[in-house]
Design a protein around this ligand. Structure first.
Ligand code: HEC
Length: 207
């Protein structure tokens, strides 16, 4: 074999390498992974803190779970967000919003002298149970569309529970807080990250 022959062989090999490299670069360009700029789903009620709300929305348990261990002292601090419009003291007057003394357990839209919206008046057959209050404070807009409380809601379930538990103390006859429900959802919630981890290597190998 003369050197000319060898040149052809090396030339061929080189051309092959370049072709393989080229295809690999081109396919990288074609199939580059892009994280979506915007997640393809919306999290309702997460207006206050989207990042935190996103995690909380996935993991959120029933109201009773948070109420059972609610931090009443923290609730008093959370109520500062409400105090511009609401008075929770005994005999407190209506302000921008209705007086809230004794509101837990009270029929919805029932405080004398307050001009409720039709949206809330339409719910007057119900009372402010734990679950009703939970849904209302999570997202007033979603709970009673067209109501006139200009408040986005409390995204963090712990804060929501705290202020509800505190409101309950602002009453002549506070109700016993609900008991924590039995834990069943926990194993499923823990299985999710494990699944994700198992999927990751396969994902990487496919690249
Ligand atoms: C910007 C003023 C404003 C803020 C802030 C606000 N609210 Fe209200 N709230 C209102 C108004 C106005 C209404 C009456 C809504 C209607 O009639 O549609 C209302 C209604 C309510 C009701 C229904 C009471 C009833 O008698 O049926 C509850 C409960 C309530 N608010 C709790 C809260 C809590 C708790 C907070 C704080 C986490 C809060 N609000 C923050 C203005 C406000």
């Amino acid at each position: 074999m003369d050197s000319f022959e060898w040149n052809k062989i090396f030339g061929g090999l080189l051309a092959g390498l370049v072709a393989v490299l080229g295809v690999s670069i081109a396919s990288d360009m074609m199939f580059a992974r892009h994280a979506p700029e915007k997640p393809g789903y919306e999290i309702a009620g997460a207006e206050e803190a989207p990042a935190e709300g996103a995690a909380a929305a996935d993991a959120e348990k029933p109201a009773a779970f948070y109420l059972a261990s609610a931090d009443v002292a923290k609730g008093e601090a959370v109520f500062k967000k409400c105090a511009a419009c609401h008075n929770a003291a005994p005999g407190g007057a209506n302000g921008t919003g209705p007086a809230l003394h004794g509101v837990i357990g009270r029929p919805i839209a029932s405080h004398a002298g307050f001009a409720y919206s039709d949206a809330l008046k339409g719910m007057a057959g119900k009372a402010w149970s734990w679950d009703e209050m939970w849904a209302w404070l999570k997202s007033p807009k979603a709970y009673a569309p067209g109501n006139k409380m200009s408040f986005a809601g409390i995204a963090k379930p712990e804060d929501r529970a705290a202020v509800i538990a505190w409101l309950n103390t602002q009453s002549a006859s506070p109700l016993p807080l609900p008991a924590a429900p039995a834990e069943e959802a926990a194993p499923a919630a823990e299985a999710a990250p494990a699944d994700a981890a198992a999927a990751a290597p396969a994902d990487a190998a496919a690249k």
